[in-house]
Design a protein around this ligand. Structure first.
Ligand SMILES: CC/C=C\C/C=C\C/C=C\CC/C=C/CC(=O)SCCNC(=O)CCNC(=O)[C@H](O)C(C)(C)COP(=O)(O)OP(=O)(O)OC[C@H]1O[C@@H](n2cnc3c(N)ncnc32)[C@H](O)[C@@H]1OP(=O)(O)O
Length: 289
């Protein structure tokens, strides 16, 4: 994977992104975890997360997502709309089976580094990004949405960062992405309470930009958003975004391996395993009720 392409001509040095020397190797072409549909007429790419049943985020999905982001950078797409192809769920967040029971160090480290990588590629993409939140978006699902530049959401779903109620502290780069979307006190309250907001509440505090009623409307609103950049030179737009986001990006880029180690230590603690285990069990039991 050529990270320098991602930040071509940009002021973020590529050596920072190369810190962990990760290379892309398509892991799951047969499973088609990410679907990409490029509209040749408009130049807009619709990227659908496609890991049934609830788009839980696995190592393989992150790897494929990074490959897709590289392709879109290469294709110089006009914009990207990120959505889900699962019913009622945008993404259910990190795949809990990557965290429990007691993942191997090797697998967890790779999982975490590809999660970081996915965030870096999305957060620093040169093209404009829209999240069409067409289902629930808890935790890691919300991270994907807030890393985009613009958020559209269907009514009656939930979005938020629900780590704290299950005894987990969201990592700093996730907090920074939230702070970039919401004014400080709302971001802090959302994180400390871990509340999941319904679509209307999310709109009222500015977590999402517009409520849409169906996919057609979402595509029309996305087109309007992309059109706001039609008269702006692409390079100037990309550099402005990347420089504006530079501090957030740097915070992770400079601390990638310590961030991964810190989370591995946290995840492997018996207390954390116990909390995640009972949370996972409650998810499974909910179905039986
Ligand atoms: C627990 C947190 C642990 C560690 C975090 C560590 C660090 C934090 C640092 C950084 C911040 C960013 C990281 C965030 C952490 C996460 O993302 S952890 C995942 C948190 N996700 C959730 O809390 C959502 C859980 N899921 C749901 O609430 C519902 O499934 C949902 C509303 C999304 C959909 O509901 P529904 O349509 O009714 O579907 P089911 O609930 O029936 O689910 C279908 C099957 O899928 C299984 N499943 C659901 N979510 C996950 C998941 N995240 N990972 C793995 N599997 C999941 C569910 O159990 C069902 O399985 P079954 O058919 O019963 O076998």
């Amino acid at each position: 994977m050529n990270f320098s392409r991602l930040i071509k001509n940009c002021s973020i040095p590529s050596r920072w992104l190369l810190a962990n020397n990760i290379r892309y190797q398509s892991s799951s072409a047969a499973q088609n975890l990410i679907q990409v549909d490029i509209n040749e007429e408009t130049g807009v790419s619709v990227v659908s997360l496609n890991r049934k049943p609830v788009n839980s985020l696995s190592l393989e999905l992150f790897k494929d997502f990074c490959g897709v982001m590289d392709d879109l950078e290469r294709e110089k797409v006009r914009g990207m709309v990120l959505k889900s192809s699962c019913d009622n769920v945008f993404s259910s967040g990190l795949d809990i089976t990557e965290l429990y029971p007691n993942p191997s160090e090797e697998r967890f480290e790779a999982f975490w580094l590809w999660f970081q990588e996915s965030w870096l590629k999305l957060y620093a993409s040169s093209f404009p990004t829209v999240a069409f939140v067409n289902g629930h978006a808890p935790a890691g699902g919300c991270v994907f949405a807030i890393s985009c530049e613009y958020r559209l959401m269907l009514p009656y779903y939930k979005i938020g960062l629900n780590e704290a109620p299950v005894g987990i502290v969201a990592t700093e780069w996730v907090m920074n992405s939230l702070r970039a979307v919401l004014p400080g006190k709302n971001a802090e309250r959302l994180l400390t309470s871990g509340r999941l907001l319904d679509t209307q509440e999310a709109f009222d505090i500015g977590l999402i930009d517009q409520i849409v009623n169906n996919e057609e409307e979402a595509m029309a609103r996305s087109e309007e958003f992309f059109a706001t950049f039609d008269n702006v030179p692409k390079l100037a737009r990309a550099l402005t975004k990347q420089v504006y986001r530079k501090n957030d990006l740097n915070q992770l880029i400079k601390n990638r391996s310590s961030d991964a180690k810190q989370f591995l230590n946290h995840i492997l603690r018996p207390e954390t395993q116990k909390i995640i285990g009972s949370y996972f069990k409650s998810l499974k039991d909910r179905k039986k009720d």
